[in-house]
Design a protein. Structure first.
Length: 395
């Protein structure tokens, strides 16, 4: 029902979490607890909260809101239609309100667009509808003049009435086949930090749902630790390097041409200067391999302080995902026996640095620990294909 793979996003295996939940709620058996979770929505929500990391804030991944602004201004919808945005999962609502604020700041009125937020957790939906947050929810600097939509009162950040009226929230389970999304098709879909936690089959259902809900020339914005085109060949990257946008395969060149005046990909320039380093493994290594934060994360991991190391590593990924920080995140998850999550980080690391075989060998080890021999053998062959043997070498 949740789509979660081998590891729970909050840490540990799904089976371990279920057993602990049953024991903590005084059930005589895991089977009885599981049966009641499936039949009682309140219990299901309580169970669900422990499997979710509600890590979100306003204007997180700022480059994606720049993409939203550019897309809205340069790819207008036909007359009489509304520009449609979906945030799924929406968590406690900050992402959806951020998107609506950007559209209002572009000169649109609430009649010109639709912003929907969908999440499986009813508690999150209720919190999103309240629109009241701690000041910590505004960690990223909002675009100019947008702060007016988020007045602070009594130490609490509150979404203003104008903005609240522009956003609708509803419950939806994106792990279900053909999950209902009532206002589809959407021009832009934010789907961040979900696919990385799903099992292979749930991820396929998710991508089927997103492609079915996406407008013909629409785009999807994913999380920094995800790469939809790498996960599924039906997607291709669009937009400037660093915004993690993708579109239905075959639509990317047209979208880039309409947004930027000509087909572009990776390392795009703005005002004659590179917005970010070129999207090549060699350039990325030179620019980002040894940030002070990543060095510190490695040192903490080597000394056994894995929780602290993971926090620093994730901060480095949030700033800029590289083969190196994603590899370290995979290693830390492997140490925690979070095999499903470790595999996703190693896959992402391999995708960013195809000339390096280490991630493939780690994937071989990870899938071997999961008992998935076919995948383990596949990645062992990939590893062998990425290293150069000399006489006398043995694997």
């Amino acid at each position: 029902m949740t789509g979660i793979g081998d590891a729970v996003p909050g840490g540990g295996s799904f089976e371990e979490y279920l057993k602990a939940f049953a024991k903590g709620n005084s059930y005589a058996s895991v089977r009885k607890c599981a049966a009641e979770i499936l039949s009682d929505e309140t219990l299901f929500d309580a169970f669900l909260r422990g499997t979710i990391v509600p890590q979100t804030w306003f204007f997180r991944q700022p480059a994606q809101y720049d993409f939203l602004r550019e897309y809205f201004l340069k790819m207008p919808v036909p007359a009489g239609e509304k520009f449609r945005v979906l945030c799924a999962p929406c968590s406690t609502g900050q992402e959806a309100y951020s998107a609506a604020a950007v559209l209002l700041d572009c000169g649109a009125s609430g009649e010109d667009f639709v912003v929907d937020g969908a999440d499986i957790c009813r508690d999150f939906i209720r919190a999103a509808r309240r629109g009241e947050y701690s000041k910590d929810s505004m960690r990223s600097l909002p675009p100019k003049d947008i702060a007016r939509f988020f007045p602070v009162s009594g130490g609490c950040l509150r979404v203003c009435g104008e903005l609240k009226a522009c956003v609708s929230f509803f419950k939806a389970n994106l792990a279900e086949k053909n999950a209902p999304l009532p206002n589809a098709p959407y021009n832009l879909i934010f789907c961040r930090n979900l696919a990385i936690y799903f099992s292979d089959s749930a991820r396929r259902r998710l991508f089927d749902t997103l492609l079915g809900a996406l407008a013909e020339d629409g785009a999807i914005l994913s999380g920094y630790a995800e790469d939809f085109p790498f996960m599924d060949g039906r997607f291709e990257s669009v937009g400037e390097y660093g915004c993690f946008a993708c579109a239905r395969r075959g639509e990317g060149a047209l979208i880039n041409e309409r947004l930027y005046g000509k087909p572009r990909s990776g390392g795009m320039e703005k005002n004659g200067k590179a917005a970010l380093p070129p999207q090549t493994p060699a350039a990325r290594k030179r620019a980002w391999k040894n940030t002070p934060r990543l060095k510190r994360a490695r040192a903490l991991a080597d000394s056994g302080k894995l929780d602290e190391a993971m926090r620093l590593c994730m901060a480095d990924i949030e700033f800029m995902p590289t083969a190196e920080n994603l590899f370290l995140a995979g290693d830390i998850n492997l140490a925690f026996s979070n095999f499903g999550r470790a595999a996703e980080y190693f896959k992402r690391s391999a995708a960013l640095d195809e000339g390096e075989g280490s991630a493939y060998f780690k994937l071989h080890l990870t899938y071997a620990r999961l008992g998935r021999k076919n995948e383990a053998d596949l990645y062992l062959e990939k590893y062998r294909g990425n290293i150069h043997f000399q006489d006398g070498d043995a694997l």
